[in-house]
Design a protein around this ligand. Structure first.
Ligand code: ZN
Length: 519
């Protein structure tokens, strides 16, 4: 793999009086894009409306639909044609109030929330003694023990030995103490896994077994290895409540059970089943004036998990594309090629919205100049990969040469790179052979602190970095649209994986799920 730093370009752009640098400064469209992004930014307002007012955007929820309608109305207010395009149906569900209280041995309100698609409790909820999983001899022994869960609320996650992230230990602990904790944690993790295996179930199927055995509630805790962060996904139960509880409260309840105190908790978790609802992608476009049937596509998935408000996954990618389109329409209203934006639904359940778009629009997919996706948080873009396209080196570098030096100096490129593995929607286009590229951001502790967590909220957005990405994206779209040549989508021969010794293969076509969550 050949990694090139675009040092040459930085040197050129920093050399005053250089012809190339002068030429770059002279392009009034680029100057206007930068000026508009910096002096008339709409990012903070758009972010507030999308994240604070509309909220998280789980597929099948009314909030997802509100977001689609809001985006179409925004585009129309900027004179950009936009529509919601149906691609499937999903189980409709709406989150309600979650309230979890310890009622014995003392009263304390606990931090936690119902997991997605969990059915509602009654207004009074369930109140019961809490129990933990025992040390299991084997599956027969467990089948006998499981009768004990009748009428109880069961804790199904491991008890973390520490609520402090490793970086905090590293800073303050003695070496011996840090090593000791890590060793204990490793042993406990291993023992927990083996114990679950001994039950004859997996960590997912055991929840069904407990529900069938008469448990009245399930409490889980998926710590995200940072202060105050848990990952929030969907419930494993069919009828009883399943709540995700933050580490601090979860470990306290666990210790109370271990020490024979027999704590009781009450769970009220209201939600609404909304039957089968349609699912959409929001599509908007600025029609090309010379080559309307060739496309530059900008996109970011629109949906999110709902433990927070989906601010960095993928509110920030969404904001980049919205704002880039607004600015392009204002400063470059007659692009040579059509500039299309896709705000995909249901990326989180398997790239479903983007996969459906690729399937439904072969006429667009075969005429793509370039696709740009942003989906890993709020940070400045620091990496662009050629995604396995042999000649991407030429055209991407040419387009990047128009980007201001302060933005480009942070970007590492990797040509020809490797195809996108399936972590985000550019894979849907990559599979179909369209030159599609991810704009990869600086982490800002994305994986632990915001990705799919209860803390993925507006306050984590670094707006200056997002503005940087708006300028980059708008200029890339402009340059790709203006390019005198159609891009090549010739693929490289993929290298051998040094670990397995086998040749890496192109990802295979996958079928989007157009009928989700209903069985
Ligand atoms: Zn995402």
């Amino acid at each position: 793999m050949k990694i090139k730093f675009i040092l040459v370009l930085i040197v050129i752009s920093l050399t005053s009086g250089n012809l190339f640098a002068q030429e770059k400064e002279k392009d009034p469209i680029i100057e206007n894009i930068i000026k508009e992004a910096n002096e008339n930014s709409q990012l903070e307002l758009l972010g507030h409306q999308l994240l604070d007012v509309i909220g998280p955007r789980l597929v099948g929820t009314p909030q997802m639909q509100d977001a689609h309608n809001w985006a179409v109305a925004k585009y129309k207010s900027w004179n950009i044609s936009a529509k919601n395009e149906k691609w499937g149906e999903w189980r409709g569900w709406e989150r309600g109030i979650t309230h979890i209280d310890m009622v014995y041995p003392r009263v304390q309100t606990l931090d936690g929330t119902q997991l997605a698609w969990n059915p509602s409790t009654s207004d009074k909820g369930v109140k019961a003694e809490v129990i933990i999983l025992p040390t299991v001899k084997d599956s027969i022994w467990f089948q006998n023990w499981i009768k004990n869960v009748k009428g109880k609320i069961v804790l199904v996650s491991r008890k973390e030995p520490t609520g402090r992230p490793d970086y905090n230990w590293e800073k303050f602990a003695t070496d011996e103490s840090f090593e000791k904790m890590k060793k204990e944690r490793e042993e406990q993790t291993k023992a927990w896994k083996e114990n679950i295996e001994s039950t004859g179930y997996t960590s997912r199927t055991i929840i069904t077994a407990l529900e069938e055995a008469g448990a009245v509630g399930i409490v889980s805790s998926y710590w995200s290895k940072g202060f105050g962060v848990n990952k929030i996904f969907s419930a494993g139960t069919k009828k009883i409540p399943q709540v995700e509880m933050e580490l601090e409260d979860y470990t306290m309840i666990y210790r109370l059970v271990e020490n024979g105190v027999k704590p009781e908790i009450q769970i009220v978790a209201k939600s609404k089943e909304l039957g089968r609802v349609p699912t959409f992608n929001t599509i908007a476009e600025i029609k090309g004036s010379e080559k309307p049937n060739e496309y530059v596509i900008l996109f970011a998935h629109f949906d999110s998990w709902d433990g927070g408000t989906g601010a960095t996954d993928n509110g920030t990618g969404t904001l980049v594309m919205l704002e880039a389109m607004r600015i392009l329409k204002k400063m470059y209203p007659n692009p040579k090629r059509t500039i299309l934006v896709g705000h995909w639904g249901s990326e989180e359940q398997g790239l479903n919205g983007s996969g459906a778009f690729v399937q439904d629009h072969p006429e667009i997919v075969k005429n793509i100049q370039a696709v740009f996706n942003q989906d890993n948080g709020t940070g400045r873009v620091v990496k662009i990969s050629g995604a396995g396209y042999l000649n991407s080196y030429e055209y991407i570098n040419q387009w990047l040469s128009a980007v201001p030096g302060n933005i480009i100096k942070q970007i590492k490129t990797d040509f020809p790179g490797l195809p996108s593995g399936g972590g985000s929607d550019n894979a849907s286009f990559n599979i179909a052979g369209a030159p599609s590229f991810g704009l990869y951001s600086l982490s800002w502790d994305y994986w632990n602190y915001t990705w799919h967590t209860n803390r993925d909220t507006y306050d984590k957005i670094i707006f200056d970095d997002v503005r940087n990405n708006v300028i980059l994206t708008a200029i890339l779209a402009y340059m790709a649209s203006e390019d005198g040549n159609k891009t090549s989508n010739e693929r490289r021969i993929l290298p051998f994986n040094p670990e397995t010794g086998e040749q890496i293969t192109w990802p295979k076509q996958r079928t989007p799920n157009r009928d989700g969550g209903l069985d």
